[in-house]
Write a protein that binds this ligand. Structure first.
Ligand SMILES: Cc1ncc(COP(=O)(O)O)c(C=O)c1O
Length: 381
């Protein structure tokens, strides 16, 4: 049956008539580590590293909303990312990656892939790419918007261009920021979509997980065999938490975005704010339907005053991560992106939660005021 996005979020794999023989309205947490075998060479449920009913319900639901044939869930976003890389790449392969990416993905590219003689080149995909020889590369790694500089590309146009030069190339897209609610990258010829489930998909900052979604059966088999052997799949309990969080994804994403737009407007009026990096939807693929609630901005404050501003916040938590119902703020240069080139030390990343937006703005206002009061007293003394 072809159900709408929000109906699938709530019911797929859970309500009795959706392939759920136990009759539970909500999928339960299956904890068994092993299963009674039905023959000497079993074909069905076998051992929790390979099969688990709660995990597979989550996979079914995620595949449906990402419009993918297959989904595999992992113990973290990084487990999903590394499993793709290490199952698909071979020594002497070359990877081309966006120059702004989540820092730990870059860490894998810079420190771990070279151990296997796999080289990664970086490019700013917002610039002209006509001179790149794509036949040299077997895999391209994309985020859009990127974390944390919020660089954006029209993935639809970009991939057409890349595949016209090398049809065999595998395109991987990290869709953590937009989520399947706002964007389904497989429709733009992306081959593999990865997610940190930790962020918007779970949405409640109480679980860590990752997912890989794709249509190609042979790539799926390679990644699955890797996961089944390395044992980095999602636990039944985390699968349950993420299934629960997912049910409100549409409503949360709309509210995150509404709040973020108002907070951006407010920040643009503030003297301490230099530039706000909030993506423009017209720069993205025409298939992108919204932007979510995370963005960055630079401030004309020194390190001490940035800390004063951040630590004056009462409602917004100074914490890394993003995509939870609560607003979170961090300074990537010192935390998430420590040691990564070209990240300004006055860049602040804000994940706008779904609290009342007036309260979020009030909190920012009083923290700016507290910072400016200190600056006035500094100039008097
Ligand atoms: C865009 C992006 N991808 C992947 C990850 C890694 O996810 P996890 O922390 O679940 O391993 C993050 C974490 O912040 C992220 O922001």
């Amino acid at each position: 049956m072809n159900y709408g996005f929000q109906t699938a979020l709530i019911h797929l794999g859970e309500k009795p008539f959706f392939d759920n023989p136990e009759g539970d309205v909500v999928k339960s947490i299956h904890l068994t580590s092993t299963y009674q075998l039905e023959s000497l060479e079993p074909t069905g449920l076998f051992y929790q590293r390979y099969n688990n009913q709660t995990r597979e319900t989550l996979e079914k639901k995620l595949a449906y909303i990402e419009k993918a044939n297959y989904c595999l869930v992992f113990s973290s976003g990084m487990a999903a990312i590394t499993s793709c890389l290490f199952s698909l790449l071979n020594p002497s392969n070359k990877v081309l990656a966006f120059d702004d990416l989540y820092s730990v993905t870059k860490k894998i590219f810079n420190h771990f892939l070279p151990k296997y003689n796999i080289k990664v080149d970086y490019v700013d995909f917002t610039q002209n790419i006509d001179n790149i020889d794509f036949t040299e590369y077997c895999l391209v790694w994309l985020e859009s918007p990127t974390n944390p500089l919020m660089k954006t590309v029209n993935v639809n146009q970009l991939i057409k261009k890349i595949k016209s030069k090398n049809p065999e190339i595998i395109i991987v897209f990290d869709n953590t920021f937009l989520t399947p609610y706002f964007y389904n990258p497989l429709a733009d010829q992306v081959d593999i979509v990865v997610h940190s489930l930790t962020k918007y998909l779970n949405g409640h900052s109480d679980s860590i997980g990752g997912a890989v979604m794709l249509n190609n059966p042979s790539l799926y088999e390679k990644i699955k065999q890797y996961r089944d052997s390395f044992g980095n799949q999602l636990s039944p309990f985390d699968s349950y938490l993420i299934l629960r969080g997912l049910k409100t994804l549409s409503i949360r994403m709309e509210k995150h975005q509404q709040n973020a737009i108002k907070v951006v407007e407010f920040l643009k009026t503030q003297d301490f704010v230099q530039e706000v990096f909030f993506p423009k939807i017209e720069n993205l693929s025409p298939n992108v339907k919204g932007l979510g609630g995370t963005f960055s901005f630079t401030v004309n404050l020194d390190q001490e005053d940035i800390y004063r501003f951040i630590s004056s916040l009462k409602l917004i938590s100074h914490a890394v991560s993003l995509g939870g119902v609560e607003s979170l703020i961090c300074v990537p240069y010192y935390s998430t992106h420590k040691g990564i080139e070209n990240i300004p030390n006055n860049l602040i990343r804000l994940s706008v939660g779904i609290e009342e937006v007036e309260d979020i703005i009030e909190d920012l206002k009083q923290a700016f005021l507290n910072t400016s009061k200190k600056n006035i007293s500094k100039s008097i003394t």
